[in-house]
Design a protein around this ligand. Structure first.
Ligand code: SF4
Length: 220
């Protein structure tokens, strides 16, 4: 892997959901569309095109690219609300100092899922580094329910971003695919048929058993 490789920000939420899923996406380039992923993508495409909207003291930036050299992370913010604030930061899209508020769009009903909060927090950390500012809060916006869920960007959440990112960089560096651990999440995972989380043996284990059986030392 390139030492300077920047990982896609959205993979943080995949990694928090399941590290094996993130590794399959990242290292084996597996993608299986499910009704959930298709619906989410369709809703995102409908809502998002890169643009800037200005109304008085509020500037809204949609699909804005964000990055962090410190975290080696790059991605997009679905929406950044930039509101006039005298002690705020300077951004190219606004002619006045602003306070930044990132919003991540999700489909489905309102739910406080940790992996979404980690993704949102990582976006905020990128914005803080880019514009030398502090961001205390952001929001998840659930498109179907048309509701906002505010998220406090606590030190604990920031630590979770760093530790998840460290795991993600590690599996990328090692090209590792962690073993499956079956849980309730597998039922909603679009990769479950590829992953086969209930199959306990790795291919290597399976071959070893076959080899032992051929020698009459083991039974399948
Ligand atoms: S099926 Fe389960 S273990 Fe496999 S990638 Fe999905 S969530 Fe992870």
């Amino acid at each position: 892997m390139d030492d300077e490789e920047y990982l896609p920000l959205s993979w943080l939420s995949q990694a928090d959901y399941c590290l094996r899923r993130a590794a399959l996406l990242l290292n084996e380039r597996v993608w299986v569309e499910s009704s959930d992923t298709a619906k989410g993508r369709a809703e995102h495409e409908r809502v998002h095109t890169q643009r800037v909207e200005r109304r008085g003291d509020l500037v809204k930036l949609y699909e804005n690219t964000v990055y962090s050299d410190e975290l080696r992370l790059v991605g997009k913010c679905d929406c950044i609300e930039a509101t006039r604030a005298e002690n705020g930061c300077t951004i190219p899209a606004a002619e006045f100092p602003v306070k930044l508020y990132p919003i991540e769009y999700k489909h489905g009903s309102v739910r406080a899922e940790r992996e979404y909060e980690i993704q949102l927090c990582a976006q905020a950390m990128c914005l803080e580094e880019m514009y030398h500012t502090q961001i205390a809060e952001g929001a998840l916006f659930f498109i179907t329910a048309h509701r906002r869920h505010t998220v406090a960007l606590t030190e604990e959440l920031r630590a979770a971003v760093r530790s998840t990112l460290q795991l993600l960089h590690q599996i990328r560096d090692d090209f590792a695919i962690p073993l499956a651990s079956y849980s309730a999440k597998c039922k909603r995972c679009s990769l479950r048929e590829y992953c086969m989380p209930k199959v306990k043996r790795t291919a290597k284990n399976y071959c070893e058993v076959l080899e032992r059986e051929a020698k009459g030392e083991a039974e399948l």
